[in-house]
Design a protein around this ligand. Sequence first.
Ligand SMILES: Nc1ncnc2c1ncn2[C@@H]1O[C@H](COP(=O)(O)OP(=O)(O)OP(=O)(O)O)[C@@H](O)[C@H]1O
Ligand SMILES: [Mg+2]
Length: 257
Amino acid sequence: MNDTYITLNAICKRYIAKNGTVEALKNISLSIPKNEIFGVIGLSGAGKSTLVRCINLLERPDAGEIIIDGEKLLQLSKEELRLRRQKIGMIFQHFNLLEQQTVLSNVCFPLEIRGIPRRERQEKALELLEKVGLAEKAQCYPSQLSGGQKQRVAIARVLANDPDILLCDEATSALDPETTKMILELLKEIHDTMGITVIVITHEMKVIQEICSSVAVLENGEVQEVGTVSELFTNPKSRAARRLLLLEEKEDAAYVG
Ligand SMILES: Nc1ncnc2c1ncn2[C@@H]1O[C@H](COP(=O)(O)OP(=O)(O)OP(=O)(O)O)[C@@H](O)[C@H]1O
Ligand SMILES: [Mg+2]
């Protein structure tokens, strides 16, 4: 049950910008078991988004290896990679919905790309909207929805391709605490019922605490610590982890005070 599903082996990524070179990922190695909700936490600029973009090769690392379910991603042909990517869903902080399309069309979109007949894709899209609790909004446009509802649509859309991996890059960062909780609950339910391996990228310890079982702490493009969430909270080993825990505590104190 706990065998490794996603392996990142010594991933390096550097960006060459006008004002110099940025080492966004320095020798990142991680093993993520199947069916886990795995967290990656770090402050802004730590390299979190670069890391998730490397997992599905939206970004090609300069060095290293990505192995998913025994398959070396960097060795796949273009067509093989396209098919593999269909099974790796991604959701974002700003939802990335098609604003000119209805909620239903948004969810149908990936099915349309795959050439699924109209009736079949509408049926599936409606089922998925029901799953995320938004069936009654099928004919609305994204602008008529709240942030939490928009993220639900994005989740329904990403499920249309029956992904086996779901990458969530700050998926709740634009939402208030209560809505965040509801979206995290939905992600957990999807994970539990559909057997999807979920990778949650966040800068908030609360998000990690809420749904992750294991977590990697990222700072300056380096993994500072990896372990179970309970280990991290009870016995943080790295300075980066202690800093993140302290930041959260201060925020809570300010909130109460
Ligand atoms: N396309 C790019 N060109 C140049 N530098 C980049 C590019 N993308 C990212 N970087 C740099 O790489 C580093 C890591 O960026 P990344 O977006 O992965 O961080 P992050 O942890 O996701 O931050 P945030 O929490 O703000 O989203 C940063 O220093 C960033 O400026
Ligand atoms: Mg980011």
